[in-house]
Design a protein around this ligand. Structure first.
Ligand SMILES: NC(=O)C1=CN([C@@H]2O[C@H](COP(=O)(O)OP(=O)(O)OC[C@H]3O[C@@H](n4cnc5c(N)ncnc54)[C@H](O)[C@@H]3O)[C@@H](O)[C@H]2O)C=CC1
Ligand SMILES: CC(=O)C(=O)O
Ligand SMILES: [Mg+2]
Length: 600
């Protein structure tokens, strides 16, 4: 096909590549009548939507795509059947991942129709766990550009290079440096799978238009020596830059992003040490860190239900966290907020938490210099005693809750789970590390070793488990339940910051979407099949919190009651099921208006 125009492969410093954005197929249309679909997703070739095989023949003729696709105009049902059949032919998850990536690239609306119709089956292929393997093998499986790569060497030119991104109306970016991808370590530019996957969920779950999303990966070097030696590795072989160099780069990047898209929402994702950047930018940008804040909020949302179902009052809970990194500390702090909300003092709330890292229980007198973010939760009541590993801490604390954010698969051993079942009627077991191979235990292990009594959520999904003749369903405690709604609420209210109030509100919103039937099944999260409604509800709560914190700029939303605002939010969401029909209708209208003669 010689007519398709590439919108991608930006050449550094080559602003001229923007010229390629204008589709030749609509150049002949009067400017005010160009279909809005003329702006395709950034990460699909231009005009991709114009090749949808459901478009009618007259519309194809008008778009000058007639003859470039097979003759029959078919229904979505037929398209879907074909896609699912092709997916079924694949024998590995990576092949399925690649198939879906290519589908998104070639027919963005069809991809999102499929995703939204089959969230349960397809999310694990687009996101965790399969995206983890995709990131590990990125330079081996790479097929097409789907996001922007900026390198340390580009410092001083970021603003110019960002002009190469072909989409004019970017609303949100997810940015990583690849240095802590899920629980898989530093994967360098292979980390790009994460911004792409997260933004696919932004579109699928929260209806952010695909062309409004910018997956962004920063190549600041990598500490992963294997990548330095991999001939296929697509990033620089330099060692990781220093923290000071990183800050200098990020200062320039943040300013450049805001310069081009003043209202842009910026989500930091999967950085090894994300606390400094969060503190540095949270006041001046509409930004948040998903691993600290999104995870904190979503797990707080699950804990609200778990604490109620456990029958134990917040003050009597004892939570042991395996892992005290960005996610561990983020989650613990967010639950402290919830306990304070429930009437505890901050000190009382904080004393419910015992954090464990690779050196054991985090105590003030452990003898090593604690990282800044661990100090808040470091224990002082250990009477000089130190506890070197999880087993020792578990015996000492006899917890009601165990959380895994450690990247150590299988760390919640059968013995630990059995003890949890011995000490608690409803033990709260949250193995949250991703991908599935890093989960601190499986759902089956949690059910079997607690005799089916565990209140359970995991970071990556697990299949339901049959135990003693009863079917159990596990919850997915993953930030995917909140980040799409946080972004959507921030964008729609044009908020200038993402405040702590907005983050808290996002977590609080999640359990409001659990049905009575789900409560009966002890489920802590709503079904993923309703994730678009959940995201709209999260956005509603986020907007209300933004209004309370006075960071919103779309003040007329303040006048709407909740039901009206929620309906308004839903109306603003991109619906892939309507897109192709709208294109069809718009072009048909044009054909009638102008009696245009199709050029064959
Ligand atoms: N379910 C969800 O929504 C989310 C899950 N995560 C998962 O949480 C995990 C951790 O993420 P981050 O906190 O951002 O990483 P991090 O690198 O900041 O923290 C990892 C923590 O685990 C501890 N750790 C490592 N080895 C250990 C060992 N042998 N024993 C005890 N502790 C050990 C480290 O000391 C550190 O405190 C990852 O697997 C990530 O995928 C992260 C964000 C969201
Ligand atoms: C879910 C997620 O953000 C993580 O595992 O890092
Ligand atoms: Mg993450």
């Amino acid at each position: 096909m010689t007519t398709s125009t590439t919108t991608q492969a930006p050449v550094a410093h080559n602003v001229g590549s923007l010229a390629a954005v204008t589709s030749p197929t609509t150049a002949h249309l009067p400017a005010h009548h160009k279909p809005k679909h003329n702006a395709p997703a950034a990460h699909v070739p231009n005009r991709a939507a114009h090749f949808d095989t459901s478009l009618s023949i007259p519309v194809r003729k008008y778009l000058q795509t007639y003859g470039l696709t097979p003759p029959r105009a078919e229904s979505y049902e037929v398209q879907k059947k074909r896609c699912l059949a092709q997916l079924a032919l694949k024998t590995t998850d990576i092949e399925r991942f690649l198939y879906l990536s290519t589908l998104r690239y070639n027919n963005v609306h069809l991809f999102y129709r499929l995703l939204t119709d089959h969230f349960t089956e397809l999310t694990p292929l687009v996101y965790t766990p399969v995206v983890g393997e995709a990131c590990q093998r990125w330079s081996e499986i790479y097929q097409q550009p789907e996001g922007m790569y900026l390198s340390f060497e580009d410092k001083g030119h970021l603003s110019t290079i960002i002009q190469n991104w072909p989409q004019q109306n970017v609303e949100i970016t997810v940015v990583t440096d690849g240095s802590r991808i899920l629980g898989l370590g530093d994967l360098g530019v292979g980390g790009m799978g994460i911004p792409i996957g997260k933004l696919a969920l932004y579109t699928g779950c929260a209806g952010i238009r695909p062309e409004g999303t910018l997956p962004l990966t920063i190549d600041l070097g990598t500490s992963n020596k294997a990548l330095h030696e991999d001939p296929l590795y697509m990033g620089s072989r330099r060692d990781k830059v220093t923290q000071a160099e990183e800050i200098e780069f990020l200062d320039e990047l943040m300013a450049a992003l805001k310069e081009r898209w003043p209202d842009i929402v910026i989500q930091f994702e999967d950085w090894k040490n994300p606390f400094p950047s969060l503190e540095r930018y949270r006041q001046d940008y509409a930004m948040f860190n998903d691993d600290i804040q999104g995870t904190g909020a979503v797990i707080m949302g699950g804990i609200i239900g778990a604490v109620k179902q456990s029958g134990t009052a917040p003050k009597d809970h004892r939570a042991v966290f395996l892992g005290s990194g960005s996610a561990g500390v983020g989650v613990a702090k967010q639950i402290v907020d919830y306990f304070v909300h429930e009437g505890l003092t901050e000190d009382e709330a904080k004393s419910c938490f015992w954090l464990v890292d690779s050196k054991g229980l985090v105590t003030q007198d452990r003898g090593d210099k604690l990282a800044e973010h661990k100090i808040y939760f470091s224990r002082t009541d250990n009477n000089g005693q130190q506890f070197k590993n999880l087993d020792e801490v578990i015996e000492y604390v006899k917890p009601t809750i165990i959380m895994g954010l450690s990247t150590i698969g299988g760390a919640f051993t059968p013995e630990i789970l059995q003890k949890m079942a011995k000490w608690n009627e409803r033990p709260i077991i949250f193995p949250l590390s991703n991908p599935s191979s890093k989960s601190e235990c499986t759902f089956e292990e949690a059910i079997v070793h607690t005799e089916g009594r565990a209140l359970f959520a995991s970071g990556s999904p697990f299949q339901p488990v049959m135990y003693n003749g009863k079917m159990y369903h596990g919850g997915q405690g993953n930030n995917m339940y909140v980040f799409p709604g946080i972004g959507l609420g921030t964008i729609l209210s044009k908020s200038v910051q993402v405040t702590q109030g907005m983050i808290y509100a996002s977590g609080e919103a999640v359990p409001t979407m659990i049905t009575e039937e789900e409560k009966q099944l002890a489920l802590l999260y709503p079904s993923v099949t309703r994730i678009r409604d959940v995201s709209a509800r999260v956005a509603l709560h986020v907007i209300r919190a933004a209004q309370k914190d006075n960071v919103d700029r779309l003040h007329h939303l303040r006048e709407m009651d909740d039901a009206t605002l929620e309906a308004w939010i839903k109306d603003k969401m991109y619906d892939p099921h309507k897109e192709t029909q709208e294109l069809e209708d718009e072009v048909r209208e044009l054909v009638q208006d102008f009696s245009a003669t199709p050029r064959l």
